[in-house]
Design a protein around this ligand. Structure first.
Ligand code: HAM
Length: 444
C-alpha cells in the first residue's frame, strides 16, 4: 500500500474500547444522576484521581498473583524518565494512595465515591470491555459491620431507584490473615489429592493463591471446589461476630442475600466481608458489582493502619440491564428552541435572541451555515425537526421589519392545532416561550 493510500485509510477505535454516542447519552445521564443523588444522600464525597499511576501501586495493592496484575494491566514505560506506569485497572488502590498522600484521614474517617473509566486487557465480549466504567465507594477508617451494611444498602437503593429487578446479593467472609493461613494449609493438602485433575490455571494457583482455585469457572472442577474445606469453618469468634453482625443488619433492613462460601473475589486486598451483586440476565458477565473490606491495604500502601471497605459497580453492565429490562429513561436529547433565520440582518438578530433565551434558562440551537450558502427556510425547518427541539423560532425579513418573531411547535400533536405558527413581539419572546415550555413539559 502506498503511503498516500495508507494515510486515507479509515481509522477505527481500539478493540474493546467503546465510543459512547449521543444516542446513548440519555441512558448514561439517567444512571449518573440516579447514582450520584444516592451517593450524596448517604453523605459520600466525590474524589477524582488520575488514570495513570505507577505500576508498583497496583502490584502491591491488588496482589502479584491475580489475573489483573499477571495478565490484564495496560502498562508501559514513561519515555521521559523510564518509570513504569499503568492505566488504572480499578480505583481502590489509587483512592487509598491519594488518601495517604493527602492525609485525608487526619480528622476522622472518610466516605468517598468516584466514577470513571478503568482499563483491563481482557478478551472483549458482551459486558466485558478493555475500557469500561466503574462507579465506586470507599469508606476509609470505619470498623464495621455497620458501614459494611450501609454500603450494601446503598446498592439496594440504587437497584430500586433504577427499577432493576433480579439482582442477587452473595456474601462471604474471608476472615483474618491467620484464619486464612490455617485454611490455606488444609486447602492445599486437599487440592494436592486431585492434582492430576486440576487445569493449568488451578495448578498455577495451587501454591500461590489456592483460594482462587475455589473460584474456578471450569465445569470439570466444580465438584472438587464445592467439597473443598470451607474458610468459614476456620473463622474465630471475632470474625464470626462481624459476619453475623452484618447479616443481622441486612436482614433488619429487608435485604435478602445468600452466603456463598466460595466467593473469594479477584483482588488480593480483601479480608472479612466480601460480596457480589449478580444477575442471570447478562449471560456470562453477570456480576454487576462487588466489594468488601480491605482492612490491611492502607497500611500495606504505607499509611497509618486504618480499616476500610468499599465496592465498585460496572456501569456498562448496569446500563445493559436497564436496556434488558426495557426501562424507560428520560430523554436528554433535543433542546427547547432551534432558531432559523435568513439574511445578514436576521442572522445578527438571531444571535441576540439566542443569548436572551439562554439568559432566560432555555436551551437553544442557533442555525449555522456559511455565508455563501443560502439555506431555505424549508431545509432549516427540517434540521430543526431532526434536532429534537421543542420549538422553532423563525426570523426572516418580514419578522424583522415588524419587530416580531414567529414560533412553531415541532413536537405537539398535529391534530390539536397547537402547531400553528404564532407571532409574538420580539420583546415578549423569552417570557412567552418560557411559559409555553414550563406548562408543556414541566421543565423547571
Ligand atoms: P471488581 O470485581 O474487579 O472490583 O470490579 C467491579 C465491577 O466492575 C465488576 O463486578 C464488573 O461489574 C465491572 N467490571 C470489571 N471488569 C470489567 C470489564 N472488563 N468490563 C466491564 N465491566 C467490568 C474492583 O474493581 C474493586 N476495586 C471493587 C472494590 C472497591 N472493592 C472495594 N472497594
Amino acid at each position: 500500500m502506498t503511503e498516500k493510500k495508507r494515510n486515507l485509510e479509515r481509522l477505527t477505535g481500539v478493540k474493546g474500547m467503546n465510543d459512547i454516542l449521543p444516542r446513548d447519552v440519555s441512558l448514561w445521564f439517567f444512571f449518573e444522576k440516579t447514582v450520584t443523588s444516592i451517593l450524596h444522600s448517604y453523605g459520600y464525597q466525590n474524589i477524582r484521581t488520575p488514570i495513570l499511576e505507577y505500576t508498583s501501586l497496583f502490584r502491591r495493592g491488588i496482589g502479584e498473583v491475580t489475573d489483573i496484575v499477571e495478565k490484564e494491566m495496560y502498562s508501559f514505560i514513561d519515555s521521559l524518565n523510564g518509570k513504569k506506569l499503568t492505566m488504572r485497572p480499578e480505583n481502590t488502590a489509587a483512592i487509598v494512595r491519594a488518601a495517604i498522600e493527602h492525609n485525608l484521614l487526619y480528622d476522622g474517617p472518610k466516605r468517598l465515591w468516584y466514577i470513571g473509566p478503568m482499563f483491563r486487557h481482557e478478551r472483549p465480549q458482551r459486558g466485558r470491555y478493555r475500557q469500561f466504567h466503574q462507579v465506586g465507594v470507599e469508606a476509609l477508617g470505619f470498623k464495621g459491620p455497620d458501614i459494611d451494611a450501609e454500603i450494601i444498602l446503598m446498592c439496594q437503593r440504587l437497584w430500586g431507584d433504577l427499577n432493576l429487578t433480579g439482582i442477587r446479593l452473595e456474601l462471604n467472609s474471608l476472615g483474618h490473615k491467620q484464619e486464612r493461613a490455617a485454611h490455606r494449609d488444609q486447602l492445599i493438602a486437599y487440592l494436592e489429592r486431585y492434582i492430576e485433575l486440576l487445569d493449568d490455571d488451578s495448578k498455577h494457583r495451587l501454591y500461590t493463591n489456592p483460594l482462587r482455585v475455589l473460584d474456578t469457572k471450569n465445569p470439570a472442577l466444580q465438584d472438587i471446589a464445592a467439597n473443598a474445606p470451607k474458610l468459614i469453618d476456620f473463622l474465630g469468634n471475632e470474625s464470626l461476630a462481624h459476619f453475623e453482625g452484618i447479616q443481622s443488619l441486612l436482614s433488619e433492613n429487608n435485604i435478602t442475600f445468600t452466603i456463598n462460601p466460595r466467593l473469594v473475589r479477584g483482588l488480593d486486598y480483601y479480608n472479612m466481608t466480601v460480596f457480589e451483586w449478580v444477575t442471570d440476565k447478562l449471560g456470562a458477565q453477570g456480576t454487576v458489582g462487588g466489594g468488601g473490606r480491605y482492612d490491611p491495604l492502607i497500611n500495606q500502601l504505607g499509611g497509618k493502619p486504618a480499616l476500610a471497605c468499599g465496592w465498585a459497580l460496572g456501569v456498562e453492565r448496569i446500563l445493559e440491564l436497564i436496556r434488558e429490562d426495557q426501562i424507560v429513561v428520560p430523554s436528554e436529547e433535543g433542546c427547547d428552541v432551534y432558531i432559523v433565520h435568513q439574511g445578514a440582518a436576521a442572522r445578527s438578530f438571531a444571535f441576540v435572541v439566542a443569548e436572551q433565551l439562554r439568559d432566560a434558562g432555555l436551551d437553544v440551537i442557533l442555525h449555522c451555515s456559511s455565508d455563501d450558502v443560502l439555506v431555505s427556510f424549508k431545509s432549516q425547518m427540517k434540521l430543526a425537526d431532526a434536532s429534537g427541539a421543542a420549538y422553532a423560532v423563525i426570523l426572516g425579513d418580514d419578522e424583522l421589519q415588524r419587530d416580531e418573531v414567529s414560533i412553531k411547535s415541532l413536537r405537539s400533536d398535529r391534530t390539536s392545532g397547537d402547531n400553528i405558527q404564532q407571532r409574538v413581539p420580539g420583546k415578549r419572546l423569552s417570557e412567552f416561550l418560557t411559559n409555553l415550555i414550563v406548562t408543556r413539559s414541566g421543565k423547571y
